[in-house]
Design a protein around this ligand. Structure first.
Ligand code: GYE
Length: 306
């Protein structure tokens, strides 16, 4: 689809650039916004997009990447569902001389020649921002603060890093205790289910730290179902700042959101054009992000894009 050959100058043959994009899934509002951003930006850039949804399964992503290699696309971009286990398929791409761009999530390969660049957020920093809010919120108090944590998909970069950044900051004060920490797979349904279990086994939860808005929103249902008031009886910190999350923040049900931008499409297409032409690109491109209090959410909501 898309019209004309204009825009991009393309690979050696001067044709239109074809990108194979192996998406994680459709697990969250963030992911949906990210997919829209990638599709729209490809259209605008005149890049032909082959898109696949791996339903949060690494084996599906590996299959998609292999099929892009077979189809001889000009560039492969993907958001690795988990960090490890990519070397073999990335070597296949390199042997086929197809450049790879990591978007959103990183791989743990030590061989950095397996991909051209990594575009996405600093997840450790996001975790730190969440922790810093908590440290300020409970500044003077000497009482213990019981925290439950809903982790993202096990083995994913955002789950590993958001946990680490948060732990680093709250670890400085022993009054902060993570009494339970479990994966909710970045989905609303799992967030609700795991929070219900947390509430049953921990009578005294002060704070929920959820690695994304969707799990936080699911947890809010569980908290209300248990007859408690989210945002008051249990304070809630989440990450992403998608519209539903921002609404809950403005409504007082969430207390603080650390932003993670899904709007990676335009930068991805710029990088793709460059790597296809063989131009040098920075090894790491970090997304710019902010944080939101309840008041700031009220102000930002009317003009929020996603
Ligand atoms: O925070 C979460 C999504 O990789 C940054 O994945 C992304 C995360 C995002 O499912 O909502």
């Amino acid at each position: 689809a898309g019209c004309g050959s204009g825009g991009s100058s393309g690979a050696a043959g001067d044709g239109k650039i074809t990108m194979g994009f192996a998406q994680v899934g459709a697990e969250s509002g963030w992911r949906t916004a990210n997919t829209t951003s990638v599709r729209e930006a490809a259209g605008k850039a005149g890049i032909e997009l082959k898109f696949s949804d791996a339903q949060q399964k690494q084996e599906n992503q590996i299959k998609a990447i292999r099929s892009y290699i077979q189809q001889k696309v000009d560039v492969i971009a993907f958001s690795p569902v988990v960090e490890s286990g990519w070397d073999t398929v990335l070597k296949e791409a390199r042997n086929a001389k197809i450049p790879v761009i990591l978007t959103d999530r990183a791989v743990d390969s030590t061989d950095t020649s397996l991909y051209k660049t990594f575009l996405g957020s600093d997840f450790v920093e996001e975790g730190r921002k969440a922790g810093k809010w908590l440290v300020e919120e409970y500044g003077d108090s000497k009482d213990p603060v019981n925290i439950v944590e809903l982790q993202g998909t096990t083995g994913s970069a955002p789950a590993n890093d958001r946990k680490a950044g948060f732990a680093e900051v709250i670890g400085a004060d022993p009054k902060f205790k993570v009494v339970a920490s479990q994966t909710g797979d970045f989905t609303r349904a799992k967030g609700k289910e795991v929070m219900e279990a947390f509430l049953k086994s921990n009578p005294d939860i002060d704070v929920l730290y959820a690695h994304n808005d969707d799990m936080g929103l699911g947890a809010i249902e569980a908290i209300e179902g248990a007859g408690k008031v989210p945002g008051k009886d249990i304070k809630i910190i989440t990450i992403d700042a998608v519209r539903d999350g921002m609404r809950a923040l403005a409504d007082g049900k969430i207390n603080y959101i650390v932003e993670c931008s899904p709007l990676l499409g335009p930068q991805l297409m710029d990088l793709a054009k460059k790597v296809v032409k063989g131009e040098q690109v920075p090894a790491r491109v970090v997304t710019e992000e902010t944080t939101f209090t309840q008041e700031q959410a009220k102000q930002a909501l009317p003009t929020r894009q996603y």
